[in-house]
Design a protein around this ligand. Structure first.
Ligand SMILES: CC(C)(COP(=O)(O)OP(=O)(O)OC[C@H]1O[C@@H](n2cnc3c(N)ncnc32)[C@H](O)[C@@H]1OP(=O)(O)O)[C@@H](O)C(=O)NCCC(=O)NCCS
Length: 195
């Protein structure tokens, strides 16, 4: 385990770092297609909303990976509706319509979140730090982050098959739904939060 990497609380000033990790680690996600301003705005607002929980890994005060846990689906329009969002939206429709179709397919395939569950909305590690155990450390930190809450289950979906297998192996995650979108197979999983 690398002792120079610490698991800590997110700060508002980290929004820039979070947006840049999202852009590089999750390029196939729809949000980066709206442009950097929209992504930064998304993280600024998401940090401010206290119903969301972040677990971040930092190296010398710089975020290198994070988990965003949400209690309910993040309502994108409410969070980042702005002039740049509208411009980005039309740009995606014109130049990357497949992203909108993928996002739409994810919405219709969404499994409703239980009242005693939280969802891993995003987990992402900077590419140069992937495979070093940072993602595992962030995931293992979820129980202590949610210790004094009434959350009993963690839910998430992923098209990353290695990550899906890791959830099953490490947390005894159960597959609750599976669907294919634009040639990508998605796995929706749920596991019991061990406190
Ligand atoms: C998936 C991800 C969060 C895992 O974090 P990590 O720090 O790289 O992973 P760790 O070193 O802690 O290993 C945990 C597991 O992740 C798996 N994994 C999945 N994708 C990986 C990747 N791109 N690189 C390395 N490990 C990966 C590993 O197989 C490992 O399981 P194993 O020990 O059974 O082999 C990270 O690699 C990442 O950000 N990938 C790109 C974005 C992504 O796919 N996010 C999930 C979308 S929902």
């Amino acid at each position: 385990m690398r002792s120079d990497i610490k698991i800590c609380e997110v700060k508002l000033i980290d929004f820039n770092n979070l947006a840049s990790i999202h852009r590089t680690a999750l390029p196939e996600d729809v949000l980066p297609s709206f442009g950097p301003k929209v992504l930064e705005n998304f993280y600024k607002k998401t940090i401010e909303l206290k119903s969301n929980r972040f677990i971040v890994a930092k190296k010398q005060d710089k975020v290198i990976g994070f988990i965003l846990l949400s209690k309910e689906s993040i309502r994108l329009f409410e969070i980042i509706f702005s002039y740049s969002f509208l411009c980005g939206f039309f740009r995606v429709i014109l130049f990357k319509p497949s992203k909108i179709l993928v996002a739409f397919s994810q919405i219709i395939n969404k499994v409703p979140l239980g009242i005693d569950a939280m969802e891993i909305t995003y987990i992402a590690i900077m590419p140069e730090y992937q495979g070093l155990g940072v993602g595992g450390r962030l995931l293992n930190h979820i129980p202590s982050t949610l210790k004094y809450s009434n959350i009993k289950f963690i839910e998430t979906k992923t098209s990353n098959e290695k990550l899906f297998n890791y959830y099953v192996k490490s947390f005894n995650a159960k597959l609750v739904h599976q669907f294919t979108s634009w040639n990508n197979k998605y796995y929706a999983v749920k596991w019991v939060l061990e406190n």
